[in-house]
Design a protein around this ligand. Structure first.
Ligand code: BG6
Length: 480
C-alpha cells in the first residue's frame, strides 16, 4: 500500500510577525501585527483582531504602556541559530517561514530596500539550508507595513500592487537560487475572518467596507500574478504558489437548502484559487458582487495577466472543519453569502472552539485536488493548547494524537493519488497566536518559557511530541 513519497517534505511553518520580535531593530518600521495589544482581562473569544478603526491604530502606535506580544515574539531574530538546531534534531526536511515586508522596505518615502533587513534573511536562509532543510518562503504573512494603511487605506488602493511587486521582485532577485518554493500571500481567503490583517484597511476609512475588501484581495491576486510573470520572464527555476486557509463547511443536514448553502459558502472560499489556477473570475462570484453592490475595478490588462500567469501549487492550512445551517442564515439577502457556522454536534472542540476533525482534511484536500490538479503543500496544521511544563518537558499526548490522526488522513489522500508535496506542522516552536495574541495558545514540539505578558526565561524545552515527530520523520511516516 502506498505511503508517504520518498522525498516528502516533513517540517514546520512559522511567520516572521509571530516569532522574530526585534520589531524596531536594524531599520525595521512598524507593521500591522505590531499593533495588537494583549489584554489579560479579555475573555479568549473576544481577543480577535478582525477589524480596527483609525483611532485604534493611532492609539497602538503611540501607546507606551501596553504589552504588544508580536513586537517581541520569542526573540527568534536573535536565537534562530539555536532554534534551527532543534528543528534539525527532529530531522526537519523543510521550514516554511515568512519575510517581514517592513524590514525590507521600512519607508514608502524612500522606497529602497533596507540592506540590514536583507542581510538578516541572507543569513537566516543560509542557516536553514546548512541545517539540511528546504526553505519555503511566504512573501506576505500578516506583515503589511503601517504606511500601507496610513497612506493608502490598505490594499484597496491599486498603488499598493506596485509596492508589493517591487518588494516581491527584490526577494526573488536575491533568493531565487536558494529558495525554490514561494507562497505569494498567506491565506488569501482569510479576509472573511481577519480583514484588517489581510488587507490593512481600517473599518471607518471607507464607505463600502465589503467593496474595499474584495478590491483589496483582487489587487493581491494581481500582485501574485505579477510575481509569477516576473519569475517566468527572468527564467528563474522557482514555483509560485497561493494559499488558502481551509474553511470548507459541511451542511447541517441533507435538506437541499442546507446543502446549497454549504456549496455556496464553499464557493466563496474557492473563488480566489478559481481565479489563480483557472485564470478568470467565475460567474458565481460576479453574481455575488452584483447582488452585494460590490463594484471591483478590474482592467483588461489585469484580465490578460491573470489568464497568462496562473500559479503553480496550492498551500493549505487546515485546523478545523465547519458546519453551516439555514437556521443561522435566514436573514440572507443575496443568493451567495459567507455563512455563520454552527457547532457540529459530532465533533469535539479545542479550548478556542476549533472543531477537531481529521477527516475534514481528507475531505477538503480531495475537493481541491479534484478541482485544480495542482500539487498541494500542507502549509499549516496543528493543535493550539494550554501546555503544562513539568520536569522540564510537556506530556502533550493530545497534540500527538491530533497530528497523528491528520497524518493518517493525509496518507489516505496520497493513496488516492493526490500529489502532496509536504507537511508543515504549525509553530514547531511555540510562538505568539495570530488571532488572540496569546503566547499560551501553544502549538510547538518545543516549549518556550514565556507567558502571555512576556514574562519567563525564554528557555526552550523538548516536549513529548518532539521525540514522536522525530520518529515519524525518521521512518517517513511508516509507523503511523
Ligand atoms: C493560520 C495563520 O491561520 O493559523 C497563522 O496562518 C496562525 O499565522 C495559525 O498562527 C493558528 O492560528 P492562531 O490564531 O491559533 O495562532
Amino acid at each position: 500500500m502506498k505511503g508517504f513519497p520518498k522525498d516528502f517534505l516533513w517540517g514546520g511553518a512559522i511567520a516572521a510577525n509571530q516569532i522574530e520580535g526585534a520589531w524596531d531593530e536594524d531599520g525595521k518600521s512598524i507593521g500591522l501585527s505590531d499593533l495588537f495589544i494583549y489584554k489579560p482581562e479579555a475573555d479568549i473569544s473576544k481577543l480577535h483582531t478582525a477589524n480596527m478603526t483609525q483611532a485604534e491604530v493611532e492609539f497602538a502606535v503611540n501607546d507606551k504602556e501596553g504589552y504588544y506580544p508580536k513586537r517581541h515574539g520569542i526573540d527568534f531574530y536573535h536565537t534562530y541559530k539555536e532554534d534551527l538546531k532543534l528543528l534539525k534534531e527532529m530531522g526537519f526536511k523543510t521550514l516554511r517561514f515568512s519575510i517581514n515586508w517592513a524590514r525590507i522596505f521600512p519607508s514608502v518615502e524612500d522606497y529602497t530596500p533596507n540592506e540590514r533587513g536583507l542581510e538578516f534573511y541572507d543569513n537566516f536562509i543560509d542557516e536553514i539550508i546548512k541545517n539540511g532543510m528546504e526553505p519555503i518562503a511566504t512573501i506576505l504573512h500578516y506583515e503589511i507595513p503601517l504606511y500601507i494603511t496610513e497612506k493608502y487605506q490598505g490594499w484597496k488602493n491599486k498603488s499598493v500592487i506596485d509596492l508589493y511587486e517591487k518588494y516581491g521582485q527584490t526577494l526573488l532577485e536575491r533568493y531565487h537560487d536558494k529558495v525554490k518554493y514561494w507562497i505569494a500571500i498567506n491565506q488569501i481567503n482569510l479576509l472573511h475572518i481577519e480583514p484588517f490583517l489581510s488587507i490593512g484597511t481600517c473599518i471607518d476609512t471607507v464607505d463600502n467596507f465589503e467593496e474595499a475588501k474584495y478590491q483589496g484581495v483582487h489587487n493581491q491576486i494581481v500582485g501574485s500574478a505579477l510575481l509569477k510573470q516576473f519569475a517566468k520572464n527572468q527564467g528563474y527555476d522557482v514555483q509560485i504558489g497561493t494559499m488558502l486557509a481551509d474553511l470548507t463547511a459541511y451542511p447541517e443536514n441533507a435538506h437541499p437548502d442546507n446543502v446549497l448553502l454549504a456549496m455556496k459558502h464553499n464557493r466563496l472560499n474557492y473563488f480566489y484559487t478559481d481565479v489563480q489556477f483557472r485564470g478568470a473570475y467565475p460567474g458565481y462570484i460576479k453574481r455575488f458582487f452584483d447582488e452585494s453592490e460590490i463594484d471591483i475595478k478590474v482592467t483588461a490588462e489585469e484580465e490578460a495577466l491573470l489568464k497568462d500567469n496562473t500559479l503553480d501549487f496550492l498551500a493549505v492550512s487546515y485546523y478545523f472543519s465547519q458546519m453551516v445551517s439555514m437556521e443561522l442564515n435566514k436573514e440572507q439577502h443575496v443568493s451567495y453569502s459567507y455563512s455563520s457556522a454552527k457547532k457540529n454536534p459530532f465533533l469535539e472542540v479545542s479550548p478556542w472552539g476549533w472543531a477537531i476533525d481529521s477527516k475534514g482534511m481528507y475531505n477538503c484536500l480531495s475537493q481541491y485536488w479534484d478541482r485544480y490538479q495542482k500539487p498541494i503543500l500542507i502549509a499549516e496544521n496543528g493543535l493550539g493548547m494550554y501546555d503544562k511544563l513539568e520536569n522540564e518537558t510537556v506530556n502533550d499526548d493530545y497534540r500527538i494524537e491530533y497530528i497523528k490522526d491528520h497524518l493518517i488522513q493525509l496518507r489516505e489522500c496520497i493513496r488516492d493519488g493526490i500529489e502532496i508535496m509536504g507537511f508543515c506542522a504549525w509553530g514547531p516552536i511555540d510562538l505568539v497566536s495570530a488571532s488572540t495574541q496569546e503566547m499560551e495558545k501553544r502549538y510547538g514540539f518545543v516549549y518556550v518559557d514565556k507567558d502571555n505578558l512576556g514574562h519567563g526565561t525564554g528557555k526552550r524545552y523538548r516536549k513529548k511530541s518532539f521525540y514522536w515527530y522525530k520518529e515519524i520523520i525518521e521512518t517517513n511516516g511508516e509507523n503511523l
